[in-house]
Design a protein around this ligand. Structure first.
Ligand code: ASP
Length: 313
């Protein structure tokens, strides 16, 4: 039996680090290749800002980028020519806010944050979300750019009138951040599928679909064909797999396996990808097809990482 020396014990206890004083090296991880957005989020973190402020600031960069045709102003419209945007945000306390199918407002990620912080609700949709945004001081803007209008007019010429996922080129942003206190938040912003049916919403703004955060475990975000992510509650699944002990990489891979191993899965014709970060600061990413990459910021550098993927020939 080991004798217990209480004096010695007290000393050991008082020497234990106070968790709140531990400074963590901030991390940002985001779908696809949007380094300017990631760097903006990193800037917030490095100056001591919260993960929540970081993901909002990062997403806003691409929402304002008129050349990014899958997020914010300048996005490709639905099949009837309307640009409708979806966004959500989730913080380290498990709070969540989202707006779905919003027209005429560029910074939907910030509207989602307002829903989370200023209303008793989690989701606002369509006109109601737009009116709420305006009441909060957001400007109505024309979102359809000349470039996207032309692309839509070309599409109408040959359209099959069904939403098509482009396997190789998306810019929907799912962004996760870990701040200096080690707290995790995430956000997602998108125009969804180009030429979708009017009113269609994918996974991106749906809790557990395009994004999920559990500050005890980690966070995950998705991109690709939202219908398939939703049917497996993909981002929630990734976080739950990490809770069961999988690394972020293993969890992303397993969540993709759930999609491709469904009976009659048409996975050869659509893309889905996940990114994840855990409480230890480990990261992961995995997709069905080649051509997915994600940006990671840590220790002063932003890198674009080519994802591992399921469909290797
Ligand atoms: N996940 C988005 C959606 O289905 C699309 C994308 O990531 O490209 O709305």
């Amino acid at each position: 039996m080991i004798a217990c020396n209480s004096e010695q014990n007290k000393k050991q206890v008082s020497k234990a680090p106070i968790v709140e004083d531990v400074i963590i090296k901030p991390i940002v991880i985001a779908t696809w290749n949007t380094p300017i957005a990631v760097n903006e989020a990193a800037k917030v973190l490095e100056s001591g800002g919260t993960a929540l402020d970081a993901v909002e600031a990062g997403c806003r960069i691409e929402e304002a980028n008129i050349d990014n045709q899958t997020v914010g102003i300048g996005a490709l419209p639905d099949r009837d020519g309307n640009v409708t945007l979806d966004a959500c945000i989730m913080d380290d306390k498990g709070n969540y806010g989202a707006v779905l199918c919003v027209e005429n407002i560029t910074h939907v990620v910030s509207v989602a944050r307002k829903v989370m912080e200023e209303t008793p609700h989690a989701i606002l949709v369509g006109k109601g979300a737009e009116e709420f945004a305006v009441s909060e001081g957001f400007k109505r803007e024309k979102l359809l750019s000349e470039k996207s209008k032309k692309a839509w007019e070309n599409w109408k010429g040959t359209s099959k009138y069904q939403p098509i996922i482009n396997i190789e080129n998306h810019d929907t942003i799912g962004m996760l951040a870990v701040d200096k206190k080690g707290s995790i938040s995430g956000a997602c912003t998108t125009s969804g599928l180009a030429y979708k049916m009017r009113g269609r919403v994918g996974d991106s703004p749906v809790i557990g679909g395009g994004l999920f955060i559990d500050n005890e475990i980690g966070g995950a975000a998705a991109t690709g064909l939202g219908e398939e992510v939703l049917k497996t509650v993909g981002s929630f699944l990734v976080v739950e797999l990490m809770r069961q002990g999988k690394t972020p990489q293993e969890a992303c891979k397993e969540a993709i396996k759930r999609i491709v191993s469904k009976p009659n899965s048409d996975y050869k014709n659509f893309q889905v990808a996940y990114i994840a970060v855990n409480k230890k600061g480990e990261i992961g990413g995995y997709s069905i097809h080649e051509w997915f990459s994600y940006n990671v910021y840590r220790e002063g550098k932003t890198k674009n990482i080519t994802s591992d993927y399921y469909l290797k020939t």
